[in-house]
Design a protein around this ligand. Structure first.
Ligand code: HEC
Ligand code: HEC
Length: 198
C-alpha cells in the first residue's frame, strides 16, 4: 500500500517537472521567477523603496523591452544590467506577463498640490500624447507615470539628460520645449502631478 502511494506521488511530481521543462512557462513558474524581483520591486511589483520603480501593471512589451535593454547594456543602470543578464528570453517573457497582470501600484507619497495642478496642464500639453490618459495607460508601452515614485522619475530624467539612457527622439523635442518655456520647474510640476495620482 505504502509503495503504491509513493509511486503515485513520484509520478505526480514528474508530470509537473516535465511540463515546466518543456519550455512552456507555467503560471507557477512565472510566480517563482517573479519572486526574485520582489525583494526590490515589492510584493507583486508595488515598490516601497524611493529609487526603485513599481513595475506592477506595466505592459509586458515595456517590461520585456526594458529587460532586454538592461541585458545588452543599452541602458546604463545601477543594478538591473547584472540582474537581467541572468534570465533567458522565455523567463523574461514569463515575468513580464506576470507583472503586466498585476494591478498598477500608486505610491502613497508627499506632493505639492499647487505644483500638481500646474503639472496636470503641462502634462496634457507636452507628455499626454505618449504617456496617455494621465500616464496611466499600460498599452502605450512607455511605462506608467501615474503614482510612480517621484525620486525614481527624477533619476530617470537625469539618466536621459546625461545620456545613460537614450531619450525617445520626439520626447526629447517636447522636453526641450517645456524646459525653454518653464525651466526646471516644468518637469518638477509634472512629477508632482504624477505623485498626486493615487
Ligand atoms: C537588487 C534590487 C533589484 C532587483 C532584485 C530587481 N530590480 Fe528591477 N530595478 C531595480 C532598480 C534600482 C531599477 C532602476 C534601474 C537601475 O538603476 O538598475 C530597476 C528597474 C527595473 C525596470 C524598469 C522599470 C521602469 O520604470 O522603466 C524593470 C522592468 C525591472 N527593474 C524589472 C525587474 C525584474 C523582472 C526583476 C526580477 C528578475 C528585477 N527587476 C529585480 C532594482 C532591482
Ligand atoms: C513621443 C512620445 C513621448 C513623449 C511626448 C514623452 N515621452 Fe516620456 N517616454 C516615452 C517612451 C517611449 C518612454 C519609454 C522609455 C524608453 O524608451 O527608454 C518614455 C519614458 C519616460 C520616463 C521614464 C519612465 C520609466 O519608468 O523609467 C519618464 C520619466 C518620462 N518618459 C517623462 C516624460 C515627460 C515628463 C514628458 C513630457 C514633458 C514625456 N515623457 C513625453 C515617450 C514619450
Amino acid at each position: 500500500m505504502k509503495a503504491t502511494k509513493l509511486a503515485v506521488t513520484i509520478i505526480g511530481s514528474c508530470a509537473i517537472s516535465f511540463s515546466v521543462s518543456a519550455g512552456n512557462m507555467t503560471g507557477a513558474n512565472a510566480v517563482m521567477l517573479a519572486d526574485n524581483c520582489a525583494g526590490c520591486h515589492g510584493t507583486d511589483g508595488a515598490s516601497v523603496g524611493p529609487a526603485i520603480p513599481s513595475i506592477a501593471g506595466m505592459s509586458a512589451i515595456y517590461i520585456t523591452d526594458m529587460m532586454n535593454a538592461y541585458k545588452s547594456d543599452d541602458i546604463k543602470s545601477t543594478i538591473m544590467g547584472r540582474i537581467a543578464k541572468g534570465y533567458s528570453e522565455d523567463e523574461i517573457g514569463a515575468m513580464a506577463g506576470y507583472y503586466a497582470a498585476q494591478p498598477q501600484a500608486r505610491a502613497d507619497q508627499a506632493f505639492d498640490s499647487a505644483k500638481a495642478a500646474k503639472g496636470a496642464k503641462l502634462h496634457d500639453k507636452y507628455c499626454e500624447k505618449c504617456h496617455s490618459e494621465g500616464g496611466t495607460l499600460a498599452d502605450d508601452d512607455s511605462g506608467i507615470m501615474a503614482g510612480q515614485l517621484m525620486p525614481y522619475l527624477q533619476y530617470s530624467m537625469d539618466d536621459f539628460h546625461n545620456g545613460d539612457r537614450a531619450m525617445p527622439k520626439k520626447m526629447k523635442k517636447k522636453v526641450k520645449k517645456l524646459h525653454k518655456r518653464e525651466g526646471d520647474a516644468g518637469v518638477d510640476a509634472i512629477f508632482n502631478y504624477y505623485a498626486s495620482q493615487r
